[in-house]
Design a protein around this ligand. Sequence first.
Ligand code: PGA
Length: 242
Amino acid sequence: MKILIFDHSEALAKQSAALVQACVAQKPNAVLGFATGSTPVETYQQLIKLHQAGQLDFSKVTTFNLDEYYGLPADNDQSYSYFMRVNLFDHINIPAGSTNLLSGIAPDPKAECERYDQLIESHGGIDLQIVGIGKNGHIAFNEPSDEFLMHSHLVNLTENTIQANSRFFESPDQVPTQALTMGSGQIFKARQILMLATGEGKAQAIHDTLHGPVTPRCPSSILQLHPDTVILLDRAAASMLD
Ligand code: PGA
């Protein structure tokens, strides 16, 4: 794993956007994996700037998002589908049909996950995947558990995650309790992974990701085995590293 530490989140975002830009420059029809949460928002702002400056063309790109709340339709303003439109897709030239998310209202979540996984495979897999990290080491909604799951699946969110995400809702009891998520094994299959983390609340999880055992009790630790992962941190998130 390559570790890059930045003084400011803006510099971090510029670097992660530059890595996305490089991927698309090399392969205009790249398959990009995107994440939600507060951490990647600045990266998306930088991607929009690059696009507006004529330096990044998304017209042939396909995207897949990591996860979606189960129970929320795409037009709900708390859905990740809505988040991606507001924070990125509405501001770049990506065709509407080229952005993919798991459906939060699929009546059969298992069938929806199979559809999603097959769609990713039919596009040749993900070239570059952006991921955040939870304070408990989760990646996407792969919570600490006894096994690394390969495929997309329905999960029950932990209390820790519900509390962390309640800042986006009026109260914790409005946070959905389930989500559909890519499996950690599937994230691992991306050819390049950019993990973004800022703030001291992530310092322990980053320490465990890099220096702890590879274990599904800390799902992000699987990245230790990945051949091309770049971890972009601010100083606070890096504060527990040696
Ligand atoms: P955050 O979430 O970027 O809002 O901190 C990251 C995550 O939980 O994966």
